[in-house]
Design a protein around this ligand. Structure first.
Ligand SMILES: Nc1ncnc2c1ncn2[C@@H]1O[C@@H]2COP(=O)(O)O[C@H]2[C@H]1O
Ligand SMILES: Nc1ncnc2c1ncn2[C@@H]1O[C@@H]2COP(=O)(O)O[C@H]2[C@H]1O
Length: 462
């Protein structure tokens, strides 16, 4: 039986990615790639399904049918890309990211620079969405959480920067038909199953162990340097501190092995540790830093091997306490932005780790219709992603030259070329943007910068 056009398209996309990335371990690469495609598909399907449900339409009925359900064309409309010049299509209306206009995390602008230096969360105390109320998404235990393959597993992280390719303005990664038994609600990444942060009163962590005065003093020092703990309320902090287990580690000892299942999150009190992806050393960190969060956040295999560079004193926090307390608090921003960043074609080359760091560095701003976000001729300080809303780009003497929507980005030209802003960008609807400062832009976008350069609308060879 010949392959359907959708199957052909999917395989062609995969082939193109293989040619671009030249992976050493093809099977691992394929597993990661298709898992990510599945995530994208689920992400769009979830949004599509909830939209349909809100209109009284059941997209994924439990009734049996022989063929597959096609999650209508609208799913692909706004995966993002660079500014979609002109033209709206009806499909756009159907697509919603977690960041909708009703998103209570949005701050008023003027400005709502709910900054987060060092990965601090925006002050979302007024927020209501994902993290406002008790998020008893369901009551299953951690054991029930499915463990998908890390969508950006090691081989991807360690591969040399792929040859940049021009990313189309509209993503070619359109979601494919969904199988009937497809579970649109299942998340393949961060899951909130066990997070009940507002409800810690009657919960005592399994490893709860009152610390001595001497240990507390040391911990205060170690934790005080770690940004993750700054925002915790005193009760959460008390639970975390008393759940930590002290671990002395000898030089050269392996603390975490890439590919293993995640059990503990670590804070370094003394010494330094090295991180290896494959055989390549990718990082080193010292006192006050922490590691081992990715596998616990995403239920994915360990993304790196961690080895003690010197004798170390570490503090380990068990998986459940980590998820109960830190996931909904200190790592909130990563969770909020995870799906959004993952869905952006221009960021496809980033690893889970890169995306997490990027999310840490994002701030948000909200603009009302008519407000100027960027003015032509100004100096450029930020790069922007549109979480929701619409904006138009205009140039002195030329009028409106582009139209930007949810999932699009702008503000890269000034930062890439050290030039004044080349155009004015104005909100034409209520628009929420995630902003990345200049230094983050240079530090955190990695290979994505090459893609931005190739997409630069002012390039002469366009
Ligand atoms: N470049 C990197 N890629 C992946 N993980 C890294 C990197 N640098 C540091 N790490 C940390 O190494 C840890 C290995 O275990 P985890 O995947 O749970 O979480 C990972 C991160 O905390
Ligand atoms: N044709 C275009 N010319 C200039 N800027 C454009 C164009 N289309 C979109 N833009 C965006 O408008 C932004 C204005 O600020 P920057 O010059 O930093 O980056 C620019 C691009 O992101």
């Amino acid at each position: 039986m010949p392959l359907s056009s959708n199957q052909m398209e999917e395989l062609n996309l995969f082939q193109r990615k293989v040619l671009e990335d030249q992976p050493k371990d093809l099977l691992q690469f394929a597993a990661n790639y298709f898992n990510r495609r599945l995530e994208q598909q689920r992400f769009f399907a979830r949004n599509q399904e909830s939209l349909a449900l809100s209109k009284g339409i059941v997209l994924f009925p439990s009734a049996t049918r022989n063929d597959s359900v096609v999650a209508s064309g609208g799913l692909g409309g706004r995966i993002g890309g660079l500014g979609s010049l002109g033209g709206t299509d009806e499909q756009d209306v159907l697509f919603k990211t977690p960041f909708t206009e009703q998103d209570p995390h949005a701050h008023d602008p003027h400005a709502t620079h709910d900054n987060s230096q060092n990965g601090e969360q925006p002050d979302d105390s007024d927020a209501g969405g994902l993290f406002k109320n008790n998020f008893r998404v369901n009551q299953s235990s951690d054991k029930d959480i499915k463990k998908p393959v890390d969508p950006m597993a090691p081989d991807h992280t360690k591969s040399p920067s792929p040859q940049p390719t021009k990313i189309p303005r509209r993503s070619t990664l359109a979601p494919q038909p969904l199988p009937l038994n497809f579970n649109a609600q299942r998340r393949t990444s961060v899951s909130a199953e066990t997070m009940t942060p507002d409800n810690l009163d009657d919960w005592t962590p399994e490893n709860f162990n009152e610390k001595t005065g001497e240990q507390l003093a040391r911990l205060e020092k170690a934790i005080g340097r770690n940004f993750l703990f700054n925002k915790l309320d005193s009760e959460s902090k008390r639970l975390v501190i008393n759940s930590l287990e002290e671990k002395a580690v000898k030089q050269s000892q392996e603390i975490i092995k890439q590919g293993d299942e995640g059990d503990y999150f670590y804070i370094v009190e003394k010494g330094t540790v090295d991180f290896y992806v494959g055989n390549e050393k990718v990082n080193t960190s010292g006192p006050g830093s922490s590691f081992g969060e990715l596998a616990l956040m995403y239920n994915s295999p360990r993304a790196a091997t961690v080895v003690a560079n010197t004798d170390c004193v570490l503090w380990a926090l068990d998986r459940l306490t980590f998820r109960r307390i830190l996931l909904g608090g200190s790592f909130k921003k990563r969770i909020l932005y995870d799906e959004f960043l993952k869905s952006m074609p221009v960021l496809q080359s980033l690893s889970t780790y890169d995306r997490a760091k990027l999310a840490d560095a994002l701030d948000t701003e909200l603009y009302h219709p008519g407000q100027v976000i960027i003015r032509e001729g100004d100096s450029g300080e930020n790069f922007y992603f549109i979480e929701y809303g619409e904006a138009e780009v205009s140039k002195e003497g030329q009028g409106i030259i582009a139209h930007l929507k949810q999932g699009d980005y702008f503000g890269e030209i000034a930062l890439l070329n050290d030039l004044p802003r080349q155009a004015t960008v104005k909100a034409i609807k209520k628009t929420k943007v995630a902003t990345l400062g200049k230094s983050g832009f240079q530090r955190l976008l990695g290979p994505a910068v090459e893609v931005l350069k190739l997409n630069d609308p002012t390039r002469v060879d366009h």
